[in-house]
Design a protein around this ligand. Structure first.
Ligand code: ATR
Length: 271
């Protein structure tokens, strides 16, 4: 039997086992996927113990261990390198541990699945933390026209744009920004305390999609604001969560899950 796990703290709330079991059923694979509670002190030992079992194929990493996971793997993909965070670990042919960051691929696939192709789109990315970093390379890979990064702390947006080093990516001061956008993505953690990031005079009238990386039972405050101010479509991050899991499952097994019926099921369970 192939075994998998998700490591985090807290971890009881994680729905990753449900998601991956669903993918496994679809693929006709027999798997075991566990939730593992870890601590900062124990994390490296816990991962090494997990992979000492040859049945253990891979694991997901959630808060607060993504940065530690980045440090401990031997190889990292581009998104993981920019984010300095790893959410998926797998072994290569030499049995070395490799780290990927599939959050951005999950985001991009969900945007494409729900409403729109990203090619040629003008994107505004709110936030310059780990979540924003994970999204940048997958967005660029979709041939977006431009990505403007706006952050409460402007210097961090500027620093991130410099690190990405791509002429399509710039930092903007949201209070002075007069640009129009097709897609607005909120990667800030402002929503966790019930707020929304400052938006200056940002107009949603030409925005075809506003995306919030977080999700909850009801419309997030950020999406409610966007909808009220004219955004054509709004979408929360449940699909991104499922999408990042699907990308991890593909890395581990080669199978590409269909996520649509799972999303309907999860949405129904939430309501
Ligand atoms: P994550 O890994 O979820 O991205 P993070 O790396 O701590 O978490 O980044 C949090 C992001 O949310 C940052 O861009 C942060 O802005 P600062 O760089 O100015 O701290 C942003 N953020 C958090 N609370 C916010 C708020 N109330 N309004 C606007 N932005 C906020």
């Amino acid at each position: 039997m192939k075994r998998f796990a998700v490591f985090g703290n807290p971890i009881k709330q994680s729905i990753s086992p449900i998601i991956h079991q669903h993918f496994a059923d679809q693929a006709g694979l027999s798997i075991q996927y566990d939730r593992k509670l870890s601590t900062t002190e124990q994390f490296i030992e816990d991962i090494s113990h997990f992979f000492s079992n040859s049945e253990c194929v891979g694991c997901n990493i959630t808060a607060p261990f993504k940065e530690q996971a980045f440090q401990l793997v031997s190889h990292r993909d581009d998104s993981a390198r920019l984010a300095k965070a790893v959410n998926t670990i797998y072994r290569n042919d030499k049995n070395e541990l490799c780290g990927a960051n599939t959050d951005g691929v999950g985001l991009v696939n969900d945007i494409k699945r729900t409403v729109t192709e990203l090619s040629g789109k003008r994107v505004l990315l709110l936030g310059a933390g780990g979540a924003a970093r994970g999204a940048l390379f997958p967005l660029l890979a979709e041939s977006v026209a431009s990505i403007a990064i706006a952050n409460r702390t402007y210097a961090k947006a500027e620093q991130l744009a410099v690190e990405v080093n791509n002429e399509r990516v710039t930092a903007v001061d949201i209070h002075k920004c007069e640009q129009k956008f097709d897609v607005v993505i909120n990667s800030t953690s402002a929503g966790l305390t019930g707020g929304i990031p400052e938006l200056g005079r940002l107009s949603f009238s030409e925005v075809s999609l506003t995306y919030d990386m977080v999700y909850q039972k009801v419309l997030t405050p950020f999406l409610a604001h966007a909808q009220k101010n004219g955004s054509e479509n709004v979408c929360d991050g449940l699909g991104m969560l499922v999408g990042q899991a699907a990308a991890a499952f593909t890395i581990w097994t080669g199978y590409r899950p269909d996520t649509s019926d799972l999303l309907v099921m999860l949405r129904t369970q939430m309501s």
